[in-house]
Design a protein around this ligand. Structure first.
Ligand SMILES: CC(C)(COP(=O)(O)OP(=O)(O)OC[C@H]1O[C@@H](n2cnc3c(N)ncnc32)[C@H](O)[C@@H]1OP(=O)(O)O)[C@@H](O)C(=O)NCCC(=O)NCCS
Length: 255
C-alpha cells in the first residue's frame, strides 16, 4: 500500500503496566463492535479486563505484542504457553488499520515467541477471522472454530528475540555466557519483574548473547565462543534501545 502509515511492532513485556489492558480492551471493542456487538457491551469489557489480569497472574509464560502508529496502539496479540501448547488468546487490529499486514506481522511474531516453549499452536477463532487463520496454515480441530497448527522453528535462528519467559534452555545458555564474562545472570528480572530481555539466536538456535534491563547498567553480554561479538552486541543494543525509547514515550503518554 503506497500511503501505509509507519507501523512499529514491539513486545509487551509487562502487561500489568498502566494503560496496557485498557488499550487492549479499547482496540478489541472498536474492532469488534460492527461484526461482534456482544464483545462491545460493558459486561464483556469488564469481564475481558478481569480475564487479562487473572491470566497474567496465573500463567507463567505470557506473551504479547502491540502495533503502534507513532505512540498510538493500533493492534495487539496476546497469548500464553501451557504444557507446550501456545494459545493465541486475542488478535485485534483497529478497523482503519486492517488489511495492512499488521495482523499478519503480529501473528508471526507471536508464533515465534510461543515456539520458544510450545510444540503446537491453538486458538479459538471468531467466525470472520477463520479464513485469515487458515491462510496462515491453521486447520480446524474437532470440526469446530478451534484451530491449530504445529509450531515452526523458522524465525528462531539468526534473530534478535524478546524473552517473555526464561525457559531452562535460555537460563542455561545465559548463565554460561554470564560466567564467561564474569557477571551473574538473574532470571528473576524476567520471571518476577517482567523486565525487557532480548537474546540473539544464531546458527541452529544457539544463544550467542543477551541483554536484560537490570538496576545498574543494561549492556549486552556476549558469548566468548562467538567470533562476531561486536556485531551481536550491536544487534542486541539496537533492539533494546528501540524498546526503551518506545516505553519512555508510552509512559509520558500515560502520565
Ligand atoms: C483478523 C484481523 C486480526 C486481521 O488483521 P489485518 O491486519 O487486517 O490482516 P492482514 O492485513 O495482516 O491480512 C493478511 C492477509 O489476510 C487477509 N485477511 C485479513 N483479514 C481477513 C479476514 N477476516 N478474512 C479473510 N482474509 C483476511 C488479508 O486480505 C491478507 O491477505 P493477503 O496476504 O493475500 O494480502 C483483523 O481483521 C481484525 O482485527 N478483525 C476483527 C477482529 C477479529 O476477528 N479478530 C480475530 C479474533 S480471533
Amino acid at each position: 500500500m503506497d500511503n501505509a502509515p509507519d507501523i512499529q511492532i514491539f513486545p509487551v513485556f509487562d502487561q500489568s503496566a498502566p494503560g496496557v489492558w485498557y488499550d487492549f480492551a479499547s482496540i478489541r471493542t472498536e474492532s469488534a463492535v460492527v461484526k461482534y456487538p456482544s464483545l462491545a457491551t460493558q459486561e464483556s469489557i469488564a469481564g475481558y479486563l478481569e480475564d487479562c489480569e487473572s491470566s497474567w497472574k496465573k500463567k507463567s509464560f505470557n506473551f504479547a505484542y502491540a502495533a503502534y502508529h507513532d505512540d498510538k496502539m493500533v493492534g495487539f496479540i496476546q497469548g500464553d504457553v501451557v504444557d507446550r501448547v501456545g494459545y493465541i488468546r486475542d488478535l485485534f487490529v483497529l478497523p482503519e488499520y486492517q488489511k495492512m499486514r499488521i495482523g499478519h506481522n503480529l501473528l508471526t511474531n507471536a508464533e515465534t515467541a510461543a515456539a520458544m516453549g510450545a510444540r503446537d499452536l491453538d486458538l479459538v477463532s471468531l467466525v470472520y477471522a477463520e479464513p485469515f487463520y487458515k491462510a496462515h496454515g491453521y486447520t480446524t480441530l474437532y470440526g469446530s472454530n478451534r484451530l491449530g497448527k504445529p509450531t515452526s522453528q523458522h524465525g528462531l535462528s539468526y534473530a534478535t528475540l524478546p524473552i517473555f519467559k526464561c525457559t531452562p534452555k535460555v537460563i542455561q545458555a545465559c548463565e554460561y555466557i554470564a560466567k564467561q564474562n564474569g557477571v551473574k545472570f538473574d532470571k528473576t528480572l524476567v520471571s518476577k519483574l517482567h523486565r525487557p530481555m532480548f537474546i540473539y539466536a544464531g546458527h541452529n538456535q544457539r544463544i550467542d548473547g543477551y541483554i536484560v534491563q537490570d538496576d545498574v547498567v543494561s549492556k549486552p553480554v556476549i558469548s566468548k565462543d562467538y567470533p562476531m561479538q561486536d556485531w551481536v552486541a550491536k544487534r542486541l543494543q539496537t533492539a533494546f534501545d528501540a524498546y526503551i525509547m518506545h516505553t519512555a514515550t508510552q509512559q509520558a503518554k500515560v502520565r
